[in-house]
Structures are given as structure tokens and as C-alpha cells.
Design a binder for this molecule. Structure first.
Ligand code: KG4
Ligand code: ZN
Length: 346
């Protein structure tokens, strides 16, 4: 089975070819056209620009993928496209393109939840091991912060989420406060490298037991007040490094603490770390160590599959095909689609 994955929910246009054989799924190709440079000067994603770029790039990228591998459209067995959550007009480009392709080829088109794609992104690499349920997943990206229990294939329970900014958004906003370019996460991580994480004691929100929610806007405000009183930290090295390291520590500690608490509560033996913020080495090491100490299997995607890509979308559809799950013939795009809404019937 050859599945074409399509992703246009935010500021990355992406296509991928997933080959599904009896027991194995392989990413034969994954192309991502990032728009970061175009949005950089606005300090965040501009929906109109994102949509225009998807319109221009999606057909070109699809043609490039086919040509690179001497693949014909008629070789495709199914098409998978992100149907939500995401920017409405950006989603509409991908969904319209996928539908038109499916109609002209008479092939099934799967509308895939972007978050479900992120969840299973660790399994895009051949080295990843199989997942056992229940598992816990921490999904941290620019738009989402979710702490989930995966009870079985396609059965999700949300235990916690952010009440304000997403974790990646907090990195992006704090980076902006100190004059670092968008996206802020990789920049803050880079500046943290030689910084002292204990230099500034930033507050962490919701540290109470039995609460799995996160809040990052108070932390962002604390950074702003701190900078008002200590402007040198915005400009001078190594003070700026200390500020980045201290902020990063505050985010990572609260994410790790609540994730461990949910692992204990659910007695899950597997943890998935996914989403763009999963690229962060400090977060990754912290959770990896916690898992090692508890003999819990830790799954984290390769960095290229942590951020938005179409391989993760194709993977979910390929798995549905393998399980005999048919696509919804009248699916539409849903900007606010929830993960709990994509329960798959096997
Ligand atoms: O998953 P993603 O590509 O897009 C969304 O679906 O949102 O995640 C992008 C987010 C951005 O906020 C970016 O700053 C953050 O992931 N990010 C990081 C790192 N790399 C990307 N945050 C912290 N540390 C990183 N190394
Ligand atoms: Zn994403």
C-alpha cells in the first residue's frame, strides 16, 4: 500500500510517501517546505501568508515527491490529509487538494487529526520499539500542550492541558521579549547551553498534586517583570544565557513533574514525548532519566519528525488501513478538532 500524506495545518507545507507492507511501515520520502523565514519578521504565523504559501507550494512539493521516486499518481492506494486542528484557511488548502486528488484517482482520502499524527511520530523511525497500552503521552508544540493517556489504539483520555499559552508558544513569546528570532524554542535552547539554570528562580504554575493542567502565561509575565527591573539580562552575555537557562528549567521541570505524576497514576509502562518542543534536549533528557529510573519505555521522535511533517499523517492513515478502518467519506476540516474526537473503531 502506498499512502500519500499531506500536512498544511500551520506554517509548514509537507508531503510524504508511506509504504505499508504486512508487518512494516516505512517512510519512503518526507518533504517539508518551511515558511519560517516569511513569518519571522512578524514574530509569529500570519494566516494569510501561510495559506498563500500552501496554495503555491503543495502542488509543487507533491510533483517533486513523485518525480524524485519515479512514482505515478496511479501508484497511490490512499491519501491522508490533516483535517484539524489548525488555521482554517490553511487546512482548507490541504483538504481541498487531497479531496480533488482522491476524486480524480478514485482512491480513499483519510482526514487525520494532526495531534494523533504527532502522538505516533516516534514510530516513524525503524529503530522505535512497539507500544504497549496504557501509555502516557506528553504532546508539546507551538499550539498545544496535552497530557494524555492512550488506552488503546485510537482511544485517548485527556488528563491535562494548558489553560493559557502552549509550551512552545511560551518559548516563542519569551524569545521575542529578549529579542531572539522566531521560532523561539531552538533559540532559547541554544542560548541556555552555557547559562546557569539556577540563576533566576522563576515561578512554576499549578504545582499542586492531582492537577495535570499547565499555565505558562504567568511565567512569561514574570520574565517580563524581571527584565523591566534587570534590563541588562536582555542584552548582555552571559546574563542573557542565565535568563534563557532559568526560563527553560522552569518550563521543563513543570512538564516533567506532571508527566511523571500521570505515569504513576495510570501505571503506564510507556511514555511518548511528541511535538516541536520535544526537540528540546533538556526536556528529553529529563524525561528519559525519569523513565530509566522507573523502567518505563521512552518513545521520542527523531527531531525531524517532532516538528510538523506529513509522514506522521500518512502513518496514522496507513495504520487505519491496516486495521481495516474506512475513511469518513464526508469528512471536513475542523480548526478546533480535539484528540478525544478521533476515536477509531477497530
Ligand atoms: O509541532 P510544531 O512544529 O508546530 C506546531 O504544531 O505547533 O512545534 C513548533 C514549536 C514552536 O513553538 C517552537 O518554538 C518549538 O516547537 N520548538 C522548541 C524547540 N524546537 C522547536 N521548543 C523548545 N526547544 C526546542 N529545541
Ligand atoms: Zn504540530
Amino acid at each position: 500500500m502506498n499512502v500519500l500524506g499531506i500536512e498544511t495545518s500551520c506554517d509548514e507545507t509537507a508531503v510524504a510517501w508511506i509504504e505499508s507492507k504486512e508487518q512494516t511501515l516505512a517512510v519512503k520520502s518526507s518533504l517539508v517546505s518551511s515558511q519560517i523565514r516569511l513569518h519571522e519578521r512578524f514574530g509569529g504565523v500570519v494566516p494569510e501568508i501561510a495559506t498563500r504559501e500552501h496554495l503555491r507550494n503543495l502542488p509543487l512539493l507533491t510533483r517533486q515527491l513523485l518525480e524524485n521516486h519515479s512514482l505515478n499518481l496511479s501508484d497511490l492506494d490512499a491519501i491522508a490529509v490533516t483535517s484539524g486542528p489548525g488555521l482554517p484557511t490553511a487546512l482548507l488548502v490541504g483538504v481541498s487538494f487531497a479531496r480533488a486528488l482522491g476524486l480524480s484517482l478514485a482512491k480513499p482520502v483519510f482526514g487525520i487529526n494532526h495531534l494523533e499524527g504527532h502522538l505516533f511520530s516516534p514510530f516513524l523511525s525503524s529503530s522505535s520499539q512497539s507500544l504497549e497500552f496504557p501509555a502516557v503521552a506528553l504532546l508539546v508544540s507551538g499550539g498545544h500542550t496535552l497530557l494524555m493517556e492512550i488506552k488503546g489504539w485510537g482511544i485517548y483520555r485527556k488528563w491535562g492541558g494548558t489553560v493559557d499559552d502552549a509550551a512552545g508558544e511560551a518559548f516563542d513569546k519569551v524569545a521575542r521579549l529578549i529579542g531572539l528570532p522566531y521560532p523561539g524554542g531552538p533559540q532559547i535552547e541554544k542560548w541556555s547551553l552555557q547559562g546557569n539554570p539556577n540563576a533566576i528562580d522563576f515561578p512554576q504554575s499549578f504545582p499542586e498534586r492531582d492537577n495535570f493542567n499547565f499555565s505558562f502565561s504567568g511565567l512569561k509575565t514574570s520574565v517580563r517583570y524581571f527584565l523591566d527591573k534587570n534590563p541588562d539580562y536582555q542584552k548582555e552575555d552571559p546574563l542573557k544565557r542565565d535568563l534563557c537557562a532559568s526560563f527553560q528549567k522552569a518550563v521543563v521541570e513543570v512538564l516533567a513533574r506532571k508527566t511523571v505524576r500521570l505515569l504513576e497514576k495510570t501505571r503506564a509502562r510507556h511514555l511518548i514525548l511528541a511535538g516541536g518542543v520535544a526537540c528540546n534536549q533538556t526536556l528529553r533528557s529529563s524525561l528519559e532519566t525519569e523513565c530509566l529510573n522507573r523502567k518505563i519505555q521512552f518513545h521520542r521522535a527523531e527531531s525531524r519528525y517532532c516538528t510538523d511533517n506529513a509522514a506522521m499523517i500518512g502513518l496514522v492513515a496507513a495504520e487505519k488501513l491496516r486495521r481495516g478502518i474506512s475513511p469518513d467519506p464526508v469528512f471536513d476540516f475542523h480548526p478546533n478538532l480535539k484528540l478525544e474526537e478521533c476515536i477509531s473503531k477497530t
